[in-house]
Design a binder for this molecule. Sequence first.
Ligand SMILES: O=C(O)C1=C[C@@H](OP(=O)(O)O)[C@@H](O)[C@H](O)C1
Ligand SMILES: C=C(OP(=O)(O)O)C(=O)O
Length: 422
Amino acid sequence: MKIHIQPSRLEGALCVPPSKSMGHRALICAGLTQGSSTILGLGHSKDMEATIQCLEALGASFKKEKETWHVVGCDPRSLNRPAQLHCNESGSTLRFLLPVACLSKETITFYGKGRLMERPMKIYQDLFEAQGLWYSQTNEAIKAQGPLQSGNFTLPGNVSSQFISGLLFALPLMEKESTLHIQGKLESKSYIDLTLDTLEKANIKITPIENGYAIEGHQTYAPTTYHVEKDYSQLAFFAVYAALKAPLSFIELDPDSKQGDKTILKILEKAGASIEWKERTLTIKPSQLHEQVIDLADCPDLGPILCVLAAYCPGQTKIIHAGRLRIKESDRIQAMEDELKKWGVDIQSDEDTITINGKRNYKKEEIITMEGHNDHRIVMACTIFGLLALSPSCISGAEAIEKSYPTFFEDIKRLKGKVELV
Ligand SMILES: O=C(O)C1=C[C@@H](OP(=O)(O)O)[C@@H](O)[C@H](O)C1
Ligand SMILES: C=C(OP(=O)(O)O)C(=O)O
């Protein structure tokens, strides 16, 4: 799918989609509850679909009535036949559900598409092998056989927090107590906090210890009602636009949200934007923004759109601790470098840092075609760049938005943005 983008002045109010991270967590906690739970405000995307289908393959059932999901959970320990879990391109689905599914004694096959099976998984392989369990991986699939046992687990803190979240979902269901020790600096900590928060709602007890967590065994997930908040990671794309170009309002937000990507508001304020809250509505107004140093350790998903922000902020912006962007749906540093260079943006990177010397305007004589790199966040970031530019452009591979934000282009049109299918 190729989209033509005209420089546009967006206006109005937007309700961004529900949080994908909170959605995965609510689905998993509800899906592991021996009883029925309710999820309110769950969004629709390929990643949500993947998590629902995987939990169904483990025995949970999901029913949607209007905007409410009714979930009857399962116990993977009582699975009595091999199961196939199709994770599509969702790293969260695969890494959260691998230890959960392998509470079972049956062989579980996990399938992935796109770049999923190239993303780091060795942490789980090592952990299975240390317990003498079978684990094998090809380009298309991972096959593993539990049952995974409780114990003392040590994990690096800087590869992906999703391994830690995955174990936090599974360990409470094991027979005995476990500990999880995190080695080195913990990155994406806000995502672990979201996991702990959701587990607490399901009455699962996790005790913080020095550099890790203690998890009692033999716990049960309690039925409850989960409310999924609107997604600050998705809001970030439009927030950057508003801070640079024209005011936008965002409705139905939780101002006290624990989502780590809410930090986009601090970053924009630091750059000079005006941020105003009125109850659950946020208004962002543009200003002459300036450069800064941005630490990405706790908010990796903001990386691509922050490259756009930096490109339009005069002065030198440095985005540090960005290395994990290389192991997402694409190498997001390389992808942004490739696409922004087409516009003449002065952007360079090393393994862990992106340096951008920004300016206020970009204009090309010819129509630039940007590539989506099969990555939703690259498509969305490049589209925002195109809306802010002074000359028209195209983005190809735009269907990648289906992973997390299927209505992205419809929302732009609703705000009077000029985007058209070519
Ligand atoms: O737990 C989560 O919901 C997520 C954790 C982050 O991954 P890492 O911990 O691998 O950085 C983030 O990039 C991903 O989109 C969602
Ligand atoms: C990296 C992402 O998701 P996941 O790791 O779940 O594939 C993302 O949404 O940007």
